[in-house]
Design a protein around this ligand. Sequence first.
Ligand SMILES: [Zn+2]
Length: 287
Amino acid sequence: MRLREITESNELFLLDGSMGVYAIKLGINPKNILSANITDPEVIQSIHKGYVRAGSRGILTNTFNLTEESACQSGYTQREIIKAAVENARKALEGYDDGMVLFDMSPSGFIPDEQGDFPEAKALELYGAQAAYAREYGVDGVFIETIAQAEEMACAIRAVKENTTLPVFASMTFNAGGTSWYGSTIEDFAQVINELKPDCAGINCSIAPRETLPLLKRLSYLTDIPLCAKPNRGRPVLRGSETVYEMTPEEYASDLYEIYRLGIRILGGCCGTDEQCLKLFAQKVMG
Ligand SMILES: [Zn+2]
């Protein structure tokens, strides 16, 4: 399926929901989520498959937080993790010609130096290597997500475009006021995407659908690039040692539907969301 067809159609293209929290629930040690692609492929595949059953056709690889350092800690190389992660997502989409395996590209871990300059060369190198591996192992697109620095987003988009011809989704994360942890605003993000032209741009993580909606509206006034969103299931609360999301799947589905009503057709969930949240949402769209 070409992304162009998706963005030009008025149909819902459902992305997936959370991975990390889910994998932990299924017994994966939080420290081993990346290596689980190799050591416990059936667990990772079962999570992907759950989303596919719920109607998701854009499946993100289990590569969130992948950096040179995290790969090293996992005992594998970035290449090995990416190869296994792509295979796991591809397996879950077997038999679904309308599905896309999307390489999940996430924060580089690099922060601005004392002069306030973002280390662009290092980020370009990291993202360039990841994009090249993802292309080599046959992904259908790259989904850049949970980025909180406009400069970092620019590096990620440039790295993908310089190393591949793959479709690029570019998604940043903001607080409810539209500012990121590093102080980037929706306007800064719009400037980056208008210049570098990813195929799709959006907002994910940090906040609930209700808080994401006005930010998407604000972004829609600033760009013509098709939009996407993957909001969190509200804010988690700590109960004992367990992190719980109090928002019900029904509430999540109906709040996400409000974003759909805005005309945004590429939608999924982030932290705390599960198959149930997305299945109920897809059912709402189908009427
Ligand atoms: Zn998230």
